[in-house]
Design a protein around this ligand. Structure first.
Ligand code: NAP
Length: 250
């Protein structure tokens, strides 16, 4: 399939896990892929593995840095057809332990940074454009310790609905994909959790997931590409769970 032939697709957080799998899938379908991330090494590796891709080192929490990325794309490509806002960080701490710094970090990346990225990018988008944002089932379930992350992704879920309503008259669709437990490096990047605690959490999650396995990044990527494509032409303000039935069946 070449649903994205010559489309300019920007994946924010495209050098690892779900974002990387999505960037690869967009490129396979003909897109001109532009990706961001903080880690220059994984960014370079991703760019060299994705035909025609360009990479921009950028911290989504730094709104000026996002603006630089958008300006560079404006100068080079002149437009964005698909914006995939996927950058996100974890951060486990129960109510009694959560610090203001940890809260601010999660919210500056997962909520504020994502929303201002849409604000900056939308000037390059027009009729037929699609924005997809990565949420999480964490925003819709009570997982003890997931306070800051759940609140940020919950805020993002609310923001997506508002933004979808503001952009619908411009012909830009805005949707969310909310993964359940997906086997990516994210779990291992939770400050405050040891590798043993992560392994135990993973086992517990697999036990709870009705399909009894973690999801794969490619399974989320396929949903992202569907929402970005003309096949989803009558879908906006939707939130699609990709979670093996975890949220609804448990
Ligand atoms: N894995 C899951 O079970 C799961 C479940 C629900 C939702 N999600 C969401 O899915 C999204 C992708 O996560 P993943 O599982 O694929 O994890 P991942 O492999 O850790 O990928 C996270 C991506 O976000 C980027 N990122 C993080 N902080 C950033 C920042 N400040 N500025 C720019 N980019 C930043 C990372 O780039 P660098 O490596 O360069 O920082 C990376 O590309 C996240 O929004 C996450 O919350 C994941």
């Amino acid at each position: 399939m070449t649903r994205f032939q010559d489309k300019v697709v920007l994946v924010l957080g495209g050098n690892s896990g779900i974002g990387l799998a999505s960037a690869q899938a967009f490129a396979k379908e003909g897109a001109k892929v532009r990706i961001t991330g903080r880690n220059q090494q994984t960014l370079d590796e991703a760019v060299s593995a994705i035909p025609g891709a360009k990479g921009f080192q950028s911290d989504i929490a730094d709104i000026a840095s996002t603006e630089q990325v958008i300006s560079a794309i404006e100068a080079e490509d002149g437009r964005i057809d698909v914006l995939y806002v996927n950058a996100g960080v974890g951060g486990f701490a129960p109510l009694r332990d959560v610090t203001e710094d940890a809260w601010d970090h999660v919210h500056s990346v997962n909520l504020k940074g994502c929303i201002f990225a849409i604000q900056k990018a939308v000037r390059l988008m027009g009729k037929g454009g699609a924005i997809i944002v990565t949420g999480s089932i964490g925003a819709h379930a009570s997982l003890p310790g997931n306070l800051a992350y759940a609140a940020a992704k919950g805020g993002l879920y609310a923001a997506v609905k508002v933004i979808a309503g503001e952009l619908v008259s411009e012909g830009i669709r805005v949707n969310m994909v909310s993964p359940g437990p997906i086997d990516t490096p994210l779990l291992y990047r939770n400050p405050g959790m040891s590798d043993e605690a992560v392994a135990a959490l993973k086992d517990k999650m697999i036990e709870n997931i009705p399909m009894h396995r973690m999801g794969q990044s490619e399974e989320v990527a396929r949903t992202v590409l569907f929402l970005a494509s003309d096949e989803a032409s009558f879908i906006t303000a939707a939130n699609l769970f990709v979670d093996g039935g975890l949220l609804e069946l448990r």
